[in-house]
Ligand binder design. Structure first.
Ligand SMILES: Nc1ncnc2c1ncn2[C@@H]1O[C@H](COP(=O)(O)OS(=O)(=O)O)[C@@H](OP(=O)(O)O)[C@H]1O
Ligand SMILES: Nc1ncnc2c1ncn2[C@@H]1O[C@H](COP(=O)(O)OP(=O)(O)O)[C@@H](O)[C@H]1O
Length: 342
């Protein structure tokens, strides 16, 4: 055997659960290790000459546990619905087991919480039990009627057409040279958003480098780590509908694209707004508020963006602002208009 213990991905864990719950007969395609664990290191299955033995899987509630809960609630003839609520006026009973196909997603996936939230309006005057199940919505590995029966209910219907994921969360990432005006515009944007009654998280550059990215410098690898961390945190904020504003130099196109991907994976298409503060180098250097350009020119700061280190101009920015033409107030209002409009 290749290794003694292997960690399963979300997709493999769902496959193991389907097998362990007798929803499918065939052994799942999982690594050939003697012990299998989940993302937290919990032992979920063992393998010996007799085959695979599935133990408790913390991520997924077993059909028998769900059946026991329905019995305890006194549901005499449980009915089940799979996926999103019916769009066609189907009558739903007063007690309903909702099965949400969630194979391959993480436990805190936005797809899952949006799936559950879609049922909130149906809960009034009704008893709903909402259970994520380890099956794939668009290509179920077992028939929905059989799955519903395993969870102790008769299938009433299903709706598993994949709606595009949109949490309503957004991330505004300003990018540009040092002194371009990123922090000034980001700060004013946050004030305008607060005035408009929005809750907003500012991932302030100084605070990020003091806490989240403490110890990182300005090599390409460190800048990439810094920008990816900012992108990851912003994605977590946007995942459940929050708004995050950040303003790193973010000089590399590929790393900005990584941040965009992280955010859009969690909050849906259109959730990442890249704002290029395109103040030319000569103007930034003329401002030189912190005296850094002068130091960089004297060689006292190595690898300074625009002087001795690259800045890759974005070609994918949703907005480009040249602060030679606009005041900070006008610039911030332009970003706000984009957020409100799109
Ligand atoms: N070598 C070098 N190059 C560029 N900038 C430097 C450097 N050393 C220190 N500083 C100061 O750090 C601020 C940029 O940090 P960031 O976290 O935004 O940079 S990056 O996105 O990781 O490239 C930047 O702040 P801003 O002027 O607010 O952009 C600089 O003040
Ligand atoms: N239209 C403008 N937008 C933003 N900043 C401007 C503008 N015009 C002049 N400035 C000045 O440029 C400087 C930008 O500094 P800062 O916002 O810290 O830049 P960055 O965060 O990109 O390094 C500030 O002193 C600001 O007052």
């Amino acid at each position: 055997m290749a290794q003694t213990r292997a960690r399963l991905t979300d997709t493999e864990l769902a496959a193991l659960a389907r097998y362990g719950f007798d929803l499918v007969a065939d052994e799942p395609a999982v690594p050939p290790a003697a012990e299998l664990e989940d993302a937290e290191g919990v032992l979920v299955a063992t393998r010996d000459d007799a085959g695979l033995t599935v133990r408790e899987i913390p991520r997924w509630r077993s059909p028998s546990a769900v059946r026991a809960e329905l019995a305890q609630r006194g549901w005499s003839a449980p009915r089940a619905w799979v996926g999103a609520p019916p769009a066609d006026g189907t009558e739903l009973p007063g007690q309903l087991l909702v099965l949400l196909p969630a194979a391959g997603t993480s436990p805190d996936s936005a797809a899952l919480s949006l799936g559950a939230a879609a049922w909130a309006g149906w809960a009034e005057g009704r008893e709903l039990v909402v259970i994520p199940v380890p099956l794939t919505a668009t290509a179920p590995e077992a028939g929905w009627a059989e799955v519903a029966a395993a969870y102790g209910a008769e299938l009433l219907g299903s709706r598993t057409d994949p709606a595009p994921l949109r949490t309503g969360g957004r991330v505004v990432m300003f990018t540009g040279l040092s002194g371009a005006g990123k922090s000034t515009i980001a700060g004013r944007l946050v004030e305008l958003l607060l005035e408009a009654g929005r809750t907003v998280t500012l991932l302030d550059g100084d605070e990020v480098r003091t806490h989240l990215s403490a110890g990182l410098g300005f090599s390409q690898a460190d800048r990439d780590t810094n920008v990816r961390r900012i992108g990851w945190v912003a994605a977590q904020i946007a995942k459940h509908g929050g708004l995050a504003v950040c303003a790193p130099i973010a000089p590399y196109a590929a790393t900005r694209a990584d941040a965009r991907r992280l955010v859009e994976e969690q909050a849906g298409p259109g959730s990442f707004v890249l704002v290029h503060v395109a103040t030319p180098l000569a103007e930034c250097e003329a401002r030189d508020r912190k005296g850094l350009y002068a130091k960089a020119r004297r060689g006292e700061i190595a690898a300074f963006t625009g002087i001795s280190d690259p800045y890759e101009e974005p070609t994918d920015a949703e907005l480009t602002i040249d602060t030679r033409d606009l005041s900070p107030e006008e610039s911030a209002r332009q970003v706000l208009a984009h957020l409100i409009g799109g």
